[in-house]
Write a protein that binds this ligand. Structure first.
Ligand code: GAR
Length: 190
């Protein structure tokens, strides 16, 4: 079985959509571990409710965090790591050893980089009166949101959209896109 590790800092609705897709056989994979950097992340509850191992990483030091995560991950057989709303930089030990992808709620390279996450992205898109936004799935490298792009989905920004309504549209498109991309990985098409 194709083994996924999911990193999530917050609500974990993206994690939930992966869990649901696995349960309904839309994705033939297993999530062996969920990692979060926030003890109160709802993503951790979602994992526990589904009997998925969890790990809370609280080290604030970049190098120590990287080493601690490398040690934890070495206990698992992993095909792919998915960053699903995880906001910390990934260190060299993980980048060297694993294939890591990230889902980002904009049409990168627009609205990416440090501090550009979640609602901040949608607020900036509305402020700039963009006609389109969307979601990007990309490989993770040593810079925020700069790795090679795997897939993008466009959504239209309507004149009456708010950051909240835009985030709902983007997140819906993002989840469909992520499951499609994960299926491509599972079938070794990527
Ligand atoms: C998702 O929209 C994801 O693209 C975004 O956070 C949200 C997580 O939602 N990620 C970033 O902004 C990363 N820069 P969730 O916690 O409900 O899955």
């Amino acid at each position: 079985m194709y083994q996924l590790v999911v990193f999530a800092s917050g609500n974990g609705s993206t994690l939930q959509s992966i869990i649901d897709s696995i349960k309904t056989h839309k994705l033939e994979a297993n999530i062996c571990l969920v990692i979060s950097d926030h003890s109160n992340a709802y993503a951790l509850q979602r994992a526990k409710q589904n009997n998925i191992d969890t790990y809370l990483i609280q080290n604030k030091d970049f190098t120590k965090r990287d080493l601690e995560l490398a040690t934890v991950l070495s206990n698992y057989s992993i095909d792919l790591i998915v960053l699903a709303g995880y906001l910390k930089m990934i260190g060299p030990n993980l980048l060297e050893k694993y294939t890591i992808i990230n889902t980002h709620p904009s049409l990168l390279p627009k609205y990416g980089g440090k501090g550009m996450h979640g609602m901040h992205v949608h607020e900036a898109v509305i402020r700039a009166k963009e006609k389109y936004s969307g979601a990007t799935i990309h490989f993770v490298n040593h810079e925020y949101d700069k790795g090679n792009i795997i897939s993008q989905t466009k959504v239209e920004v309507l004149s009456n959209d708010t950051p909240k309504s835009l985030s709902e549209k983007v997140q819906a498109a993002e989840k469909i896109q992520l499951i499609q991309v994960l299926n491509r990985f599972v079938h070794y098409e990527i």
